[in-house]
Design a binder for this molecule. Structure first.
Ligand code: MN
Ligand code: MN
Length: 471
C-alpha cells in the first residue's frame, strides 16, 4: 500500500462539510435553510413552535393521540400519531413494523429557548414612563438583552375564560419594546463591575410607553394610558397579567449571515435548529421497522422540570396508550421493555469553537461550524459530573448509520475540561434504560439574543436524524 493510501486509511480527517457534498446537495442545503428560517420566524416561543408543528403534521396525516384513543381501534405499522402536551411540548410517532415493546428510535430536542418573562404584576410607571417588570428564563447574559429591539409574545386568559394571544413587535409596522442601558458617559461605576453584574435581574425592565392620559385624579397617567390602550384593543385589564404567560424575545427575523450566506443569525437556534431538523426528518418517515419518535420538549433551559418538561411522565403515558392499542395483553412490563430497548439521539446544540475565545476550548476536541452534525459522547461538568456518557457499542451503531448514509459528522465536547459545562435531556431517557447520545448542531454565541449556526450543519442534522429514524 502506498503511503498516501495508508495515511487515508489510518488517520482521522477533519474537513469542511462543504467540500464533501456535490452541487445538487448544496442546493438542498440552501433550500432546507429557507424553510427553517420561516419556522424560526413563526415559532419564537415553545407554544408557537408546538402549534406550528401540530398544524404541519396534520397536513401530513398525523392524528391526535386523544382521537386515536377515543376511536379505540388497534394501531398498525405506518400510523402517524402525535401527542400535544398543553401546546408546549409535542411528541410525534410513526408506528413501526415491530411491536413498540421491541424498542423505539427517538430524536428528542427542545423548543423552549432562553428569554425574559413578564412578572405577574409587571406594569408600573416611573419618571413619566411605563415599564414592565420581568424575570428572566434560562441562562442568559443579561447585558446582551439591553438596548436592542424586543417583542412580546404570549397568552392571557380573561376572567371569563376568553383567550388572548399576543404577538407584538414582529410585523414591520408593529412597535417594538426595549430595555435601556446606561450611556458610557455616565458608565464609570458600571464599567468597573464584573461583566455579569453590570446589568441586574431587577434592572431588566421593559420600556413600553411615555404618553400620559389626561385625568386629573390619576397620578400614574402614562400607565393608565397604556391600560386604556390595552383595554381598547384586547379587552384586557391589569389583573389579567397576574395569570398570564408573556415572553419577551428579540424582535425581527432570522437572517442569512456572511457574504457567502453559509450561516444563519437568529434567535432560538438552541434548540429549534435540532428540533426542526428532527421534525422534518420524522415527517418523511413512511413505515419504519421500529417505531420512530420525534419529541420536542419544553423547559429544557430551566432543567426539564414541570408537566411539559422531559422529566414529566407525559411521554411514558403516550407510549403506554399506544402499546395498549397495539396488544390485547397490556402490562406495565411492556412499557418498561419498550423504553429499555430504545435508542435515542438527544438532539441538542453544542458550543462551536470560537476563535475569539479560543482559550476556553480544546481545539482538538471541539465542534466546528461547517463540519457537520456533532456527536457528544458525554456532557456534564468537572469529572463528567451529571453526564450520561454514551456506550461505545451504541456509538458504533450511530457511526455506522451516519457513514452508510453519507452524513458528515464530527465529535467534540463542550469546552475545555474544568472550564464549565452543561447538559441536556439525554440522562432522562438513559435513566429509563435507553441508549442515548447527544447529537446536534454547533452554535456560536449560544444563548445570546442572536445565535449563529451553519446551514450545512443544520442539513447534516436533518440527514443524520432521518437515517437514524428510518430503520
Ligand atoms: Mn439546548
Ligand atoms: Mn440551552
Amino acid at each position: 500500500m502506498a503511503m498516501k493510501e495508508f495515511k487515508e486509511k489510518v488517520l482521522l480527517k477533519s474537513e469542511s462539510a462543504w467540500s464533501q457534498i456535490d452541487a445538487a446537495e448544496k442546493e438542498a442545503v440552501f433550500s432546507f435553510s429557507e424553510n427553517y428560517k420561516k419556522f424560526l420566524d413563526e415559532g419564537k416561543t415553545e407554544r408557537e413552535c408546538a402549534i406550528y408543528m401540530e398544524e404541519e403534521a396534520k397536513t401530513k396525516g398525523f392524528k391526535n393521540i386523544l382521537d386515536v384513543i377515543a376511536e379505540g381501534k388497534p394501531i398498525k405499522a405506518g400510523d402517524k400519531i402525535y401527542g400535544n402536551n398543553r401546546d408546549k411540548s409535542i411528541i410525534f410517532f410513526v408506528i413501526g413494523k415491530e411491536d413498540i415493546e421491541r424498542g423505539m428510535h427517538i430524536v428528542g430536542g427542545h423548543i423552549d429557548a432562553p428569554r425574559i418573562d413578564l412578572k405577574q404584576r409587571p406594569l408600573y410607571e416611573d419618571a413619566d414612563m411605563a415599564l414592565l417588570k420581568t424575570h428572566y428564563y434560562g441562562g442568559i447574559k443579561k447585558y446582551q438583552w439591553v438596548a436592542s429591539p424586543l417583542a412580546l409574545h404570549g397568552r392571557l386568559i380573561k376572567e371569563n375564560g376568553e383567550i388572548v394571544d399576543i404577538c407584538i413587535g414582529e410585523d414591520e409596522n408593529d412597535p417594538v419594546f426595549m430595555i435601556t442601558d446606561l450611556l458610557p458617559h455616565l458608565g464609570k461605576d458600571q464599567a468597573a463591575k464584573k461583566l455579569g453584574e453590570g446589568i441586574t435581574g431587577e434592572g431588566l425592565n421593559l420600556l413600553i410607553g411615555s404618553m400620559p392620559l389626561d385625568d386629573e385624579d390619576e397620578k400614574e397617567k402614562v400607565k393608565l394610558n397604556i391600560m386604556s390602550m390595552l383595554y381598547e384593543k384586547y379587552g384586557i385589564v391589569e389583573a389579567d397579567f397576574e395569570t398570564a404567560e408573556i415572553e419577551i424575545v428579540p424582535a425581527g427575523k432570522a437572517r442569512d449571515l456572511g457574504f457567502d450566506r453559509s450561516m444563519i443569525s437568529a434567535y432560538g437556534h438552541d434548540d429549534r435548529v435540532c428540533s426542526y431538523a428532527g421534525f422534518e426528518a420524522l415527517l418523511e418517515i413512511d413505515v419504519p421497522e421500529k417505531t420512530a419518535v420525534g419529541m420536542f420538549m419544553d423547559k429544557e433551559e430551566v432543567g426539564s422540570q414541570g408537566n411539559t418538561g422531559s422529566e414529566s411522565a407525559y411521554f411514558e403515558h403516550c407510549v403506554a396508550e399506544l402499546i395498549n392499542l397495539q396488544t390485547e395483553k397490556y402490562s406495565e412490563l411492556l412499557v418498561r421493555r419498550a423504553l429499555s430497548n430504545t435508542q435515542v439521539l438527544s438532539a441538542d446544540v453544542s458550543a462551536a469553537f470560537d476563535p475569539n475565545f479560543a482559550d476556553v476550548y480544546d481545539r482538538k476536541n471541539s465542534g466546528f461550524i461547517g463540519k457537520g452534525l456533532q456527536i457528544m459522547k458525554y456532557t456534564g461538568s468537572r469529572g463528567k459530573g451529571g453526564s450520561s456518557d454514551a456506550n461505545a457499542e451504541y456509538l458504533a451503531v450511530v457511526r455506522k448509520i451516519f457513514n452508510d448514509n453519507h452524513v458528515v459528522w464530527q465529535t467534540g465536547e463542550l469546552g475545555k475540561v474544568d472550564q464549565g459545562g452543561g447538559g441536556t435531556i439525554a440522562y432522562i431517557l438513559a435513566n429509563a434504560g435507553a441508549e442515548v447520545v447527544d447529537c446536534g448542531v454547533p452554535v456560536l454565541s449560544m444563548h445570546a439574543p442572536y445565535e449563529v449556526i451553519s446551514k450545512i450543519d443544520l442539513y447534516m442534522a436533518y440527514k443524520g436524524y432521518k437515517a437514524f429514524l428510518n430503520r
